[in-house]
Ligand binder design. Structure first.
Ligand code: ADP
Ligand code: MG
Length: 224
């Protein structure tokens, strides 16, 4: 097991597993859904807390990077940032530094993840007013700067239903993936999230079901 890297990063620890294969299918589906419209800024969010947003985003980033694209994972969850923990990296320098510091905007404080082509931009110090920071013009500049550094930027965000942060980011993104957790996300919450995203004209590309029962036939096919 790779040192410091969370076991939740299945695509790193078990690249031949059915779970990693599911992430590669997701990668392919995203490619098909963005044939005529570029997908450089992709937001991953979910209706509520602890539904697997950060886990899905990080694993998706890994398989896209493994396909040879340069990917930045940007932790825009300025309330409960967690991407740095998944990779066992420090989270104290990152996005909010780029917001307030001209030097950091010019030279983004990206961290190597140990995966080729994959960089992490942690949240940086947490501001008292996350929604305002994300809605600022400066945040637009930060996203532009990050886009110029990579083929794809994946944005991690708080849940859609409780705070406005994800909706602000959705309106600045080229597409949104909505994570739904089996046995946890309530149907009304999922519908509410979809409704809120549609109101800000977000381009919902699809949803990802997490914590679902693994199909045993698939398990046998891959022989593990
Ligand atoms: N597919 C999954 N199956 C089971 N547990 C999961 C899955 N994805 C994430 N988890 C667990 O759920 C918790 C929340 O995951 P996380 O990705 O941080 O959610 P969020 O970003 O939505 O808050 C973590 O402890 C993680 O280990
Ligand atoms: Mg999260």
């Amino acid at each position: 097991m790779k040192k410091n890297i969370s076991p939740d990063l299945v695509t790193i620890h078990h690249p031949r597993s059915p779970i990693a294969e599911a992430y590669r299918i997701l990668r392919t589906n995203l490619e098909f859904s963005s044939l005529d419209r570029p997908l450089r800024l992709l937001l991953v969010t979910s209706p509520g807390a602890e539904e697997g947003k950060s886990t899905v985003l990080a694993n998706l980033g890994v398989v896209i990077a493994q396909a040879g694209k340069k990917v930045i994972l940007a932790d825009c969850d300025l309330r409960r940032p967690s991407l740095h923990e998944l990779f066992g990296l420090p989270g104290n320098m990152g996005l909010t530094n780029m917001i307030v510091d001209e030097e950091a905007l010019k030279k983004p404080p990206l961290l190597e993840t140990g995966v080729e082509n994959l960089w992490l931009l942690p949240s940086g110090p947490l501001p008292p007013n996350p929604a305002e920071v994300l809605a600022s013009r400066r945040m637009g500049e930060v996203l532009k700067r990050l886009s110029s550094e990579a083929d794809m930027v994946l944005l991690d965000a708080p849940p859609v239903v409780s705070v406005t942060d994800a909706l602000i980011l959705a309106s600045k993104s080229d597409g949104v993936i909505l994570v739904i957790r089996a046995g946890r996300t309530r149907k009304e919450m999922a519908l509410r999230a979809k409704e809120l995203l549609e109101k800000v004209n977000a381009r919902i590309l699809g949803s990802v079901l997490t914590d679902a029962q693994l199909d045993m036939r698939l398990q046998r096919y891959y022989g593990s």
